[in-house]
Ligand binder design. Structure first.
Ligand SMILES: NC(=O)c1ccc[n+]([C@@H]2O[C@H](COP(=O)([O-])OP(=O)(O)OC[C@H]3O[C@@H](n4cnc5c(N)ncnc54)[C@H](O)[C@@H]3O)[C@@H](O)[C@H]2O)c1
Length: 442
């Protein structure tokens, strides 16, 4: 089949390459000429494991091309996936649909009579119906559930494919498009567009709630002398609860969860249903509070002041295996530490370029040892697998004071304490009692 993918960012670039991999003829469209040039040359404009190989393979088959012309897109195919951004609207909690509307308006004059526009962007409930009236064409919604860091696998082996359709032929077309995935056993849920739109926002709101729930428990653990990791493990053994997303720490960020819970709140208010999701405001507050709590742990470890202290930060991306720094909790904490008067040096395996553009006042180091040189405290803020593999003894030799704030609760406390480090972590007050050396040693 001949499909276009409009918007070739984190979602669209992966979707375009995967659709070509499934055997379709694909045209990727973006308004950013630099992005199009990079993709056409086989270079993903961001870090995503496996994408580079997949992109090159798809380009080599001749089934994948890129353009910046929506007119060409209209002529090229009959199924058009919308993958443009839907960020938070400035000065509001609601989603900004400017990019969606612009893409649709640009495409409208070029659509063929049998065109199907398929939204993948995360949008407020009611968007597909509104766009269908604007376009005078059939519109379906097929929310995207990929996770940055395993986006290719999530797309080629999805846990579910949800399509919100307004006609039988639209559902048939979606089944044909995804036929190889359906044949491999991917669950296919066909529903109406409002339900499909809501599945995405409801799922992200649930995940955010689960994270904030365990972080709220971490706050209680800190006050009560209990251990949140043991608590989470014991809770997670209940199959009704499950262990995933019960990881206490610095909380969520990125371009999805924070803006999605706010967008659902704003839309519920428009629908007169504000009380139904009032708890999401608390989920948001609990999450933001973890950044301040991490700052507090670091300040305490430094004896009460950041002024002129050397602080090493491990991690800048909003999550491991990604170079995405949009609303990154790690960068927010790093910058707050800098503003409090410390000398901050940030390391990240992949996100330094993006982090430097987002926070030019911060200093960056290309290797962990350089970031940690003469550090008075090290903050572990993004749980990259390689940070778990660090040698605590070797790192102790380069820091000034061996104090680690493990804001992600991801390091092995025993290994670090045996090597002479003092560890601090949210929800684990007992760690400091077991520490070998006093926290502040000057
Ligand atoms: N990033 C994720 O992990 C993820 C996961 C699931 C869903 N989503 C949702 O998918 C959507 C896209 O997210 P993203 O992270 O890929 O965004 P992104 O910002 O990385 O990419 C958006 C792309 O759209 C392009 N664009 C903007 N206007 C355009 C237009 N009129 N015509 C053509 N291209 C245009 C931009 O230049 C950019 O390259 C959002 O709604 C997001 O909430 C994202």
């Amino acid at each position: 089949m001949r499909v276009t993918v409009i918007g070739t960012g984190y979602v669209g670039a992966v979707h375009a390459a995967c659709m070509a991999d499934l055997g379709h003829q694909v045209l990727g469209v973006d308004i950013d000429p630099a992005r199009i040039a990079e993709l056409a040359a086989g270079r993903p404009p961001f870090y995503e494991p496996g994408l580079s190989e997949l992109l090159k393979r798809a380009l080599d088959t001749g089934r994948l091309r890129f353009t910046n012309s929506l007119a060409e897109a209209g002529r090229f195919g009959d199924t058009h996936f919308l993958c443009v951004g839907t960020p938070q609207r400035p000065g509001s909690d609601a989603a900004d649909l400017t990019y969606v509307d612009a893409a649709v308006d640009g495409l409208a004059p070029h659509l063929s009579p049998d065109a199907l526009v398929v939204g993948k962007s995360t949008v407020p409930v009611g968007t597909a119906d509104r766009l269908a009236r604007r376009l005078h064409a059939d519109v379906a919604w097929n929310p995207e559930f990929l996770r940055e860091g395993c986006a290719v696998e999530d797309t080629l082996c999805p846990e579910r494919i949800v399509v919100g359709v307004r006609s039988v032929w639209a559902e048939a077309r979606m089944r044909t498009l995804y036929a190889p995935l359906l044949a491999a056993g991917a669950p296919f849920i066909a529903t109406d567009p409002p339900t499909a739109e809501l599945v995405k926002l409801a799922s992200n709101s649930f995940l955010a709630t689960k994270i904030s729930f365990i972080n709220a428990m971490a706050e209680i653990c800190d006050a009560a002398g209990a251990d949140v990791l043991t608590l989470a493990e014991a809770m997670g053994r209940d199959p009704r609860i499950g262990p995933r997303f019960l990881a206490p720490g610095l909380g969520f960020g990125g371009s999805c969860l924070p803006k999605d819970i706010r967008a659902l709140t704003a839309r519920a208010e428009e629908l007169g249903q504000a009380p139904a999701v009032a708890f999401l405001r608390q989920v948001d507050e609990i999450n933001t509070r973890q950044r301040a709590r991490t700052l507090g742990l670091a300040e305490e470890a430094l004896g009460g002041s950041f002024a002129d202290r050397n602080v090493a930060v491990l991690g800048a991306a909003f999550k491991p295996l990604s170079d995405d720094v949009r609303d990154s909790p790690a960068l927010a904490v790093a910058d707050a530490v800098r503003r409090a008067g410390a000398h901050v040096r940030v390391h990240d395996p992949e996100a330094i370029d993006n982090a430097r553009s987002a926070r030019p006042a911060l200093q960056f180091a290309l290797d962990v040892a350089k970031a940690c040189e003469q550090a008075d405290v090290v903050l572990h803020l993004t749980e990259w697998p390689q940070y778990r593999e660090l040698d605590p003894a070797a790192l102790k030799a380069v820091v000034r004071v061996p104090v680690m704030v493990d804001a992600r609760n991801a390091l092995d406390p025993e290994a670090w304490q045996e090597a002479g480090w003092t560890l601090r972590a949210p929800g684990r007050p007992g760690l400091s009692e077991r520490s070998g050396t006093p926290c502040v040693s000057w």
